[in-house]
Design a protein. Structure first.
Length: 365
């Protein structure tokens, strides 16, 4: 299993950015014990509705804050107070900032040394997203969102939970530059292709005949917002959908993945048939994505790529990705180096193919 150091990505082990850590409906059921970025974490929703993510262990005696469902404070529904959470062992209360603000059997000031780390968290598109930065920095770009999510004509996804995969996320990001796998793997050889780097966003525009979709022309604009959240606008015939693929590091060299599709219904009001058809479209998209997943599960790490000039711009894509393992100053230098359009030798460009599906996308607003 290859790790970040093997890819020579930068000084940090885990990338900086926004990541999916749960589906909103999971958190609505109660506090969760989760593990990401090589650490155990406590995730819960405060009484205000705010999601909160803290390092998992109470400094008093090392108890996991959200791993108990048998302690009476949990069973009696007394663990969450406002946006704070009480340790199930002795009742020490941590607020959303990670500070102890009450000890039930102590009248003096709460020890500042008992504080634990708190992480920025948002609800977005049915997902709980957390910002992670090994240096503890605040978010330097907004969490991704689609304006269509709340439009009544769009059928929202219920996420496919794909579980853990022992692969470094670098190998997942390589797909963005990998034009030549589209035919053999997906049955959709690209007729045109380009990549574009824009600061923390990496874009792929391409189109080709899609075998799984009945041999129709599929037009896609796909983009990463940061290192772990992919969105893809896909147009074929009269159909339009957005696909989500999220990968989040669990440990160095291990990711957890989710998938979903936001599907536009033909008209309002949305019917049960429209919802059933949207579920079928998501299943079809998952079938296509699953071919990648199976290959990743059984491949060796590509620490170095034997790149041909007619391959996609792997080196550029990897350089763009490395910014999230760098210091903020190093990230800015990387952006300055790679920003712009990157073409693949011998391929038509989207402009030559009249690829015109980008105007309403978030990165153009």
């Amino acid at each position: 299993m290859a790790k970040a150091v093997d890819y020579e990505l930068g000084p940090h082990t885990f990338p900086r950015g926004w990541f999916v850590i749960a589906e909103k409906s999971e958190l609505d059921k109660g506090p969760m014990a989760v593990r990401f970025f090589g650490r155990d974490l406590a995730l819960y929703r405060g009484e205000s509705g705010k999601p909160v993510l803290l390092d998992a262990y109470c400094k008093h005696m090392g108890t996991h804050l959200t791993a108990s469902d048998s302690a009476m404070i949990v069973r009696n529904g007394h663990q969450i107070e406002g946006d704070s959470i009480r340790c199930p062992y002795h009742g020490w209360r941590y607020n959303a900032a990670g500070d102890v603000d009450d000890i039930p059997y102590h009248d003096g000031p709460c020890p500042k040394s008992a504080s634990i780390r708190s992480y920025p968290v948002v609800d977005s598109m049915g997902c709980i997203m957390a910002w992670f930065d090994e240096e503890g920095g605040e978010p330097d770009y907004p969490a991704p969102a689609l304006p269509e999510w709340d439009h009544p004509q769009w059928v929202q996804w219920q996420l496919d939970h794909l579980g853990e995969l022992a692969i470094h996320p670098q190998e997942v990001l390589d797909n963005m530059s990998d034009i030549r796998h589209l035919g053999p793997t997906h049955g959709a050889p690209a007729e045109y292709f380009e990549n574009e780097a824009r600061e923390h966003i990496y874009i792929q525009r391409q189109g080709g005949i899609m075998q799984l979709y009945g041999g129709v022309m599929l037009y896609t604009t796909t983009w990463y917002t940061g290192p772990g959240l992919l969105l893809s606008k896909q147009v074929w015939g009269d159909s339009v959908q957005y696909e989500l693929i999220a990968n989040t590091p669990v440990d160095d060299g291990v990711i957890k993945a989710w998938h979903g599709c936001l599907v536009k219904a033909p008209a309002l009001p949305v019917s049960d048939e429209d919802r059933a058809n949207a579920a079928l479209q998501q299943a079809g998209a998952l079938e296509a994505f699953a071919t990648d997943f199976q290959i990743w599960r059984h491949k060796k790490p590509a620490l170095k790529i034997m790149q041909l000039k007619t391959d996609g711009p792997f080196r550029t894509g990897r350089k763009w990705y490395s910014q999230f393992y760098a210091t903020p100053e190093g990230a800015k230098a990387t952006q300055d180096e790679v920003n712009g359009i990157h073409l693949t030798h011998g391929m038509r460009t989207p402009a030559e193919a009249n690829h015109a599906i980008d105007d309403d996308l978030p990165f153009n607003q």
